[in-house]
Design a protein around this ligand. Structure first.
Ligand code: NI
Length: 171
């Protein structure tokens, strides 16, 4: 099932998500499958549960956008445990469509998370994967990438979004 992506302005995107405590249930597996389906439908490389209106600490990532099964990553209750270096690249978010900004992030990142069965694991990524690990973990902490750009640029995006809302083009 493809969920609609929640857009910037909805409070669920800026509320810390709740820790997942039940694992390996049919409901959880189905939900994760739906998250991948929703992410691919939106052509994203990452999706966090709050972006489909569900405040639970679950995110999916696939830097190959569906081209390579081995790049599918499920992160439940992720925490960033190590960051190194820095990279500055353009970043966007499915919940803020039509906007992209340069964001400085760590270049190499290690996250600790649980899989769908509750088993803990660590994953280390560089470049785009590092950025995705940080971006999706931010989502689960109620943080959007625009909180990591200058106030000036953020206000510009806010003003443009407000216009789109008024025009009925942000739903
Ligand atoms: Ni995002």
């Amino acid at each position: 099932m493809v969920y609609e992506i929640v857009k910037y302005g909805d409070p669920v995107l800026e509320t810390p998500a709740e820790t997942v405590t039940e694992f390996d249930t049919p409901e959880l597996h189905a939900f994760i499958a739906d998250m991948f389906e929703s992410m691919y439908a939106a052509k994203g490389v990452g999706l966090a549960a709050p972006q489909i209106g569900v405040g639970r600490r679950i995110a999916v990532i696939d830097c190959s956008v569906g081209e390579d099964e081995s790049q599918k990553i499920v992160l439940i209750n992720p925490e960033i445990v190590k960051t190194e270096g820095s990279q500055r690249e353009e970043e966007g978010c499915l919940s803020i469509p039509g906007f992209r900004e340069q964001v400085t992030r760590a270049r190499r990142v290690t996250a600790r998370a649980q899989d769908a069965t509750g088993k803990p694991f660590e994953i280390t990524g560089e470049e785009l994967l590092a950025r995705a690990l940080l971006h999706e973990t931010d989502h689960l902490n109620g943080r959007l990438y625009i909180s990591r750009i200058s106030a000036l640029k953020r206000d510009l995006i806010r003003r443009k979004v407000r216009k789109l809302v008024k025009a009925g083009e942000w739903a």
